[in-house]
Design a protein around this ligand. Structure first.
Ligand SMILES: *[C@@H]1O[C@H](CO)[C@@H](O)[C@H](O)[C@H]1NC(C)=O
Ligand SMILES: *[C@@H]1O[C@H](CO)[C@@H](O)[C@H](O)[C@H]1NC(C)=O
Ligand SMILES: *[C@@H]1O[C@H](CO)[C@@H](O)[C@H](O)[C@H]1NC(C)=O
Ligand SMILES: *[C@@H]1O[C@H](CO)[C@@H](O)[C@H](O)[C@H]1NC(C)=O
Ligand SMILES: *[C@@H]1O[C@H](CO)[C@@H](O)[C@H](O)[C@H]1NC(C)=O
Length: 436
């Protein structure tokens, strides 16, 4: 698939029709490039489980009712899920929610270990359960969405194909009509509905942010990967503990994670995006990020700042200079853990980095990045689970900020996800509406 070719881009539907095609192409490229943050880690240090990441699905009547809906012996099959980690997570959730609408179990899809998107033979399919826990997913999401195995099928030929449409005329409404049609006979009688055509990330979105958040909460990394996360996080906290002499050894030493998007191709892309969208707050220079992070009110320093950066920036030592006194910047090279991670493919390296940012006490990202957006969504959800209704309050436990939007006292703007939003579009395509 050639992303530069506009023929393939019409499936974005009506909402982008007014934007010149080239711009849309750039947007798509951006979505792919944005996720190219592939820090590598290795680790020493002890294993430290972070209980704050534990999640709960509410036991509300909505869930209980829908439990009747999902049928264990009717399946939905989707194409291999591709592109960056975050696009894959969104695509996976979209596939789950489509299955949910059809009251079907989603056949466990293949993800892609590498970031290639043109060369189909380089996509390196990787089974969902090599990255995320299968049983845990089904148990946490029980009654909401379900995953099934191909071995659950009784008749592999009992399949009807659903061809997703594309092009300008393929509107959200038509897409929804098609799904409704496949909810009825004769289609509903088939054991499996197989969606053929493009990547679920490109499907029309019919679901509210809350539904996506539910699916994301059920995704837990497999033990092997989450142990690597533990190593990285404890390495960061060990360094913090040495620098910051704290009275309490038991309390985990806090750290900030900053998702710094300043690599050359992002800067070129975001400048173009600023011009075309006439929004000036998309790009932030290294200096602006350092200054704004330094101005976060109420930050207790000294504190370790973990820099989540693209591999290309690891050779650029200047990202470690110029931070305000008391902010101690580290990336994976300076942490001394770059080696071991080389054995992991792109997807898993990215998943580890994501989790390190998710567990950070404070997260600062760019509101036009899908990576940052999904992090803030999950962090907002975590805060809501503790009973807090507005995570814009200054004293919440896991605050997030957008450095590309100016906030109080020249700091970054507080950021939370609007959980009432009716679609995931702002998260998928970026925005500077950050609800705080
Ligand atoms: C959750 O739902 C089940 C099934 O209706 C019910 O038996 C159980 O008491 C509920 N638990 C809570 C904590 O409400
Ligand atoms: C799905 O389940 C819901 C709730 O049980 C029901 O109202 C709906 O008709 C079902 N749809 C299909 C396609 O089975
Ligand atoms: C399997 O499904 C196909 C297509 O619906 C049908 O023709 C065939 O008879 C089925 N086989 C069995 C063993 O049920
Ligand atoms: C861009 O935005 C500025 C201020 O927000 C406005 O004055 C200007 O007319 C806009 N330009 C275009 C081309 O829309
Ligand atoms: C959140 O989204 C809802 C629905 O789109 C909207 O009505 C509301 O104003 C938004 N809230 C904020 C704080 O942006």
């Amino acid at each position: 698939m050639d992303l530069w070719n506009c023929k393939h881009l019409r499936f974005f539907g009506t909402h982008l029709n007014s934007i010149p095609c080239k711009c849309v192409a750039l947007l798509v490229i951006a979505l792919v490039l944005r996720s190219v943050l592939i820090p590598t880690f290795s680790g020493f240090g002890g294993i430290e489980h972070d209980n704050s990441v534990k999640m709960l699905i509410p036991n509300d009547s909505f869930l209980l009712n829908s439990q009747f809906g999902i049928r264990k012996l009717k399946f939905l099959e989707v194409p291999q899920i591709i592109w960056g980690l975050n696009n894959q997570k969104i695509a996976f959730a979209r596939a789950c929610l489509t299955a949910r609408m059809l009251n079907r179990t989603l056949l466990m899809p293949s993800l892609s270990a590498s970031l290639f998107y043109k060369e189909i033979d380089l996509l390196r399919p990787i089974s969902f359960d090599k990255v995320f826990q299968f049983e845990r997913f089904n148990s946490l999401c029980n009654g909401f969405v379900q995953l099934g195995q191909y071995t659950d099928l009784s008749n592999r030929s009992n399949v009807v194909e659903l061809q997703k449409g594309s092009g300008r005329k393929w509107t959200v409404e038509r897409d929804l009509d098609q799904l409704r049609q496949f909810s009825n006979d004769p289609y509903d009688g088939y054991e499996t509905i197989r969606i053929v055509g493009k990547n679920p990330f490109m499907w029309h979105d019919h679901w509210p942010v809350k539904d996506y958040a539910m699916v994301f909460e059920c995704l837990g990394l497999v033990d092997e990967i989450s142990k690597e996360v533990d190593k990285v996080v404890s390495k960061i906290r060990d360094i913090g503990r040495k620098i910051v002499s704290r009275n309490s050894v038991l309390e985990p030493v806090p750290y900030i994670a900053v998702h710094m998007r300043i690599e050359k191709d992002w800067m070129i892309h975001c400048k173009k995006m600023e011009q075309r969208s006439n929004i000036s707050e998309i790009c932030s220079s290294k200096e602006e990020i350092m200054e704004r992070v330094g101005n976060i009110a109420g930050l207790k320093s000294p504190i370790v700042v973990y820099l989540a950066v693209a591999d290309s920036l690891l050779e650029d030592n200047s990202i470690l200079d110029g931070w305000k006194e008391g902010l101690l910047p580290f990336e994976k090279k300076k942490l001394g853990i770059a080696g071991i991670y080389k054995r992991y493919p792109y997807l898993i390296q990215s998943a580890i980095d994501y989790e390190v940012c998710l567990r950070a006490n404070v997260f600062v990202g760019n509101s036009f990045s899908t990576f940052s957006n999904l992090l803030v969504l999950e962090r907002t959800q975590k805060i809501i689970r503790t009973g807090v209704t507005s995570s814009c309050a200054m004293d919440v436990r896991w605050p997030s900020y957008a450095y590309n939007v100016l906030g109080e006292s020249n700091g970054p703007r507080r950021w939370m996800t609007n959980m009432s939003a009716s679609s995931l579009r702002p998260i998928s395509y970026g925005s500077n509406e950050i609800s705080c």
